[in-house]
Design a binder for this molecule. Structure first.
Ligand code: MSP
Length: 662
């Protein structure tokens, strides 16, 4: 099977940002998935360089447009490299191979009578590169909800493309191919738009020179959208190129919702006029918005440096965030603390923790040698059955271009794996001679779960498989899609390593600015750059309990002087309330030696506020204060935990808040 997928070609008037990266990362995940299926994939991206706004930006930077775009295109390519984008071709519309095809097509459509000369009198929005009729303007400005900027009055001789002629044919195509525009909300929008009547489109300009010349009338430059859309076939070598014959029609054109209109109307009509098949799917995703609901865009000045983000969190984590956060048909919210939250909960806690717990157990109980499994029990059968179900569901989600849905399905499996650890409690099995075969089965199944998780997530996080292979002591690949629900693939006898955490927890406060939004939640720690002491404190409260109590080795010996540095005090809880938008954190007001302090504690899942008020607890009183979710926490209360159970240490004798604990 062949699979041809494209991203829009980006305007290189400014460097790419995390919002623009979404489309490309999503297309990359789809391309990688299809490669895993064994499809012959062609993945195209590129830059749309003949726009009038490029000339304007270059002018304001006092460079010629060519030099300007060369610099920005370099940034695009660097970003795609940093994000592990596996494109097969990168087309620039200033390349000759593209310009020739555009000129050829323009001439063909003119000769056919589908392009004709007339005069355009109307408005143009340069930021959107769109023509607008007077009656569409909103208070004299661009009607695009995301733009609203000034428009310019144009009155010039122009060529026009007969969109109106193809209106009925396009509606017929939509009626016969319900899958053509996706998701369905965008299809409905487009249907309404087309049914309201298509006007012929102005497809040339004479007031500037930057762009592709109309070959038979060179004072005209081809309208940038007509030029840009043709990239999808010019890159394949239309009309005779081997790639064109092999890959056209495209399987998916993926893009943001703002440009579906051009792809769902102008592009199919160009293709109909040329008498060549239409793409199979046009998929319009939402936008990444900032927390205050604005679109992330250079012109709004709310863009964060993508390279810095990737360097900070890693390409896999950023890819995961982008793909997981935006749900089908809706917009996603981007903020750095959202990234950290996802990274800490889904990647560090769920995925990374399962991998490190299970490897640690193989190391501890079997000297790092993957054992030979015995008979499956009910739990193993359940885990395996779920892998079949999840694999099928993920395939469906990929077919629907729904990466967030696919990841949601995969995390059902990841959660089940974590539950399997708690259910089987290998640390208990290890203590009983008669349970050794059962323990072998459990440990072997853990390793297989890691393999399955690595396959399912490979299209999303391509950096993971080599790291997982290294931990499992494998030198050959384990990423074969068809084996994502097959079991017994790993050979027993492999030597595994505990290795480093795949996704260390992040403490966002180390990057925090004065912004309130950049807060930290308990447990979001453990980057090499933060102090060990702080790391340890926060980990105690949030690390899944089974791991810390059962498998954390007893720490290094300390002297009585070291211990004496800790100031442990009895503290009386005066009030307790859950911290908004978290399920773990409780804000406590405690009284110690006549002073009231605020302490944020990760105990909210285990206690109701009313169970805590008036209780006496043990407080680490000289712990350096830290900001958690925007609240300054002045100390930490002690708790014991095992598995799902957690109990705050309470003092029942009549001792005042402030009494020493030693
Ligand atoms: N050059 C045209 C596309 C021509 S395709 C034949 C263009 N370029 S663009 O650079 O302005 O936008 C490229 C893509 O980035 C669009 O799909 C757009 O929706 C997407 N995004 C720009 N900002 C975005 C977000 N904040 N969030 C998600 N996608 C965003 O349009």
């Amino acid at each position: 099977m062949k699979y041809y997928i494209t991203t829009p070609i980006f305007y290189p008037n400014s460097s790419p940002h995390i919002g623009t990266a979404y489309t490309t990362v999503a297309a990359d995940a789809l391309a990688r998935y299809h490669r895993l299926l064994g499809d012959e994939v062609y993945f195209l991206t590129g830059t749309d360089e003949n726009a009038q706004k490029i000339v304007r930006t270059a002018e304001s930077n006092h460079v010629d447009p060519r030099t300007y775009v060369d610099g920005v295109v370099k940034r695009f390519k660097e970003l795609w490299k940093a994000l592990d984008i596996s494109y097969d071709d990168f087309i620039r519309t200033t390349e000759e191979r593209h310009q020739n095809v555009v000129q050829q097509i323009f001439t063909k459509l003119y000769e056919k009578g589908d392009i004709y000369k007339s005069e355009y009198s109307g408005w143009y929005c340069t930021p959107c590169e769109t023509f607008w009729l007077e009656n569409k303007l909103v208070e004299g400005k661009c009607p695009n909800v995301d733009c609203g900027r000034d428009v310019e009055l144009l009155k010039e001789e122009s060529y026009f493309f007969r969109l109106s002629k193809y209106q009925d044919a396009l509606l017929k195509h939509l009626a016969e191919h319900l899958e053509f525009i996706q998701p369905v909300s965008r299809r409905n929008e487009m249907l309404r738009f087309i049914e309201s009547g298509l006007e012929d489109l102005c497809v040339s300009r004479t007031t500037f020179q930057w762009g592709i010349k109309v070959p038979f009338d060179p004072k005209h430059v081809v309208y940038v959208w007509l030029d840009a859309l043709i990239n999808y076939i010019s890159a394949l070598g239309y009309p005779d190129g081997e790639n064109y014959k092999r890959y056209w029609p495209a399987d998916v054109h993926i893009m943001g919702k703002d440009i579906v209109r051009f792809h769902a109307v102008i592009w199919p009509i160009i293709l109909m006029a040329l008498d060549i098949p239409l793409p199979k799917v046009i998929y319009g995703h939402g936008w990444y918005l900032t927390k205050d609901g604005g679109k992330i865009s250079k012109s709004r000045g709310n863009v964060q440096d993508s390279f810095e983000l990737i360097q900070r969190y890693g390409s896999d984590a950023i890819r995961y965030f982008l793909l997981r956060e935006m749900q089908v048909g809706t917009d996603g919210t981007y903020s750095e603390d959202n990234v950290v939250e996802r990274l800490n909960s889904d990647l560090a806690n769920d995925f990374g923790n399962f991998v490190s717990r299970s490897l640690a157990m193989v190391v501890k109980y079997r000297n790092g040698i993957v054992p030979c499994p015995g008979q499956d029990g009910a739990q193993e059968r359940e885990v395996k059955a779920l892998s079949h179900e999840v694999k099928k569901a993920v395939e469906k989600r990929f077919e629907a271009c729904d990466p967030a849905g696919a990841l949601e399905e995969i995390w059902r499996f990841v959660s089940r794996c974590n539950k399997y650890v708690d259910e089987t409690a290998p640390w208990v099995l290890a203590k009983h001679e008669e349970e050794q075969e059962h323990l072998d089965t459990v440990l072997y199944t853990f390793m297989e779960c890691i393999r399955v998780m690595a396959i399912l997530t490979a299209p999303f996080m391509p950096g993971l498989p080599p790291r997982i292979c290294a931990l499992l002591g494998l030198d050959e690949g384990i990423i074969r899609w068809e084996e994502a629900d097959q079991w017994g693939i790993l050979k027993h006898g492999l030597k595994v390593e505990k290795g480093e955490q795949l996704f260390p927890r992040i403490d966002i406060s180390q990057y925090a600015t004065a912004e309130e939004t950049k807060t930290v939640e308990l447990g979001q720690t453990q980057d090499q750059t933060i102090s060990k002491a702080q790391d340890q404190d926060q980990k105690e409260l949030t690390e899944p309990p089974a791991l810390c109590s059962e498998f954390e080795p007893i720490k290094e010996e300390i002297s009585i002087e070291d211990f004496a540095k800790l100031d442990l005090r009895v503290a009386k809880i005066l009030s307790a309330e859950k911290v908004e938008k978290t399920d773990k954190l409780m804000k406590l007001e405690v009284e110690v030696a006549g002073v009231v302090r605020t302490v944020v504690s990760g105990i909210a899942k285990h206690y109701a506020p009313e169970d805590l008020v008036n209780q006496y607890v043990v407080l680490v009183a000289n712990l350096k204060p830290t900001k958690l979710r925007g609240i300054m926490s002045q100390g930490m209360i002690l708790a014991a935990s095992q598995g799902e159970v957690l109990e705050v240490l309470m003092v029942n004798k009549d001792l005042p808040g402030g009494a020493l604990v030693k």
